[in-house]
Ligand binder design. Structure first.
Ligand code: ZN
Length: 273
């Protein structure tokens, strides 16, 4: 069943998901002891937000072709979650991560061009408990699909402020990591790109930047050859070909696996006395 509200929302997400990702200030201390496993010099986390059908149609076959694993952040109220249910299940069984992107994708209605945000999903009016419970139920829902008990989270619209303040720390311990919001680690692990209508070269250049820093190239895709915030199959495939050509030195994996390693190996930047 298609909701007209969702259709309207999808049209406007183009203008919203790409903006306002806010970042925590990271410590200026540089982590010098950290090393990636094997011969890897950096990591690449390919992720795909909002449970879009173009991801099942185009991204999955392309990833499979190269044997790469990625993270898919499902918005559970999005029709694509229900319509693709069996595919999402097999995607998870195949080693990809199903990440939490909430049930209703709450964003701030007070931001520019946010007419599409329904009043009842306006994060400006939510309490911390409401958000925490929505995210907790989303974890239960995802576990029912993939049987996994740990995963990562991506913040809808990058909007973190409820009526009672920032919700990130309230949910932090429920996740291996929160994409782009890990101030306990070196900033090089939170490099983010949310591409729209870009060339393969742009995507590759972003990876090269993360490679030089020894960090993580986090690329947050939405539509692939369709839907919104679209990246073409050609650009997507050029990136995957580049990653394949450099697979000895670039660790491409789902975000859960990468961040579990970081969590294990990274010394806290500001250890408690
Ligand atoms: Zn989103």
């Amino acid at each position: 069943m298609k909701s007209p509200t969702w259709t309207l929302m999808a049209a406007f997400i183009t203008a919203t998901c790409s903006m306002s990702l806010s970042y925590y200030a990271h410590s200026t201390d540089i982590e010098t002891d950290f090393i990636w496993p094997a011969n890897y010099q950096a990591a690449v986390s390919l992720s795909y937000d909002d449970a879009l059908m173009s991801q099942l149609a185009h991204a999955i076959p392309a990833l499979d072709k190269y044997g790469f694993k990625a993270s898919f952040y499902l918005t559970l109220a999005n029709p694509g979650t229900q319509q693709g249910m069996e595919q999402w299940r097999s995607v998870a069984a195949n080693g990809h991560e199903l990440g939490n992107h909430t049930i209703f994708h709450p964003c701030s209605k007070s931001q520019k061009d946010r007419d599409w945000v329904a009043a009842y999903h306006d994060i400006d009016t939510k309490t911390l408990t409401q958000i925490q419970q929505e995210i907790s139920v989303a974890n239960t829902f995802l576990q029912a699909i993939d049987s996994q008990t740990s995963r990562t989270f991506t913040i809808p619209c990058g909007d973190t402020e409820t009526a009672e303040g920032n919700y990130v720390e309230v949910i932090r311990n429920d996740f291996v990591a929160i994409k782009g919001f890990n101030p306990q680690y070196d900033a090089k692990f939170d490099l983010l790109l949310m591409p729209e209508n870009v060339s393969g070269e742009t995507l590759i250049n972003f990876v090269k930047k993360a490679h030089r820093q020894g960090g993580i190239a986090n690329i947050l895709f939405h539509g692939i050859e369709g839907d919104y915030l679209t990246v073409s199959n050609q650009a997507h495939d050029e990136l995957l070909q580049y990653l394949s050509d450099n697979r000895e030195t670039l660790w491409v994996d789902n975000y859960r696996n990468i961040m579990q390693y970081v969590k294990l190996k990274h010394q806290p930047l500001n250890p408690q006395e």
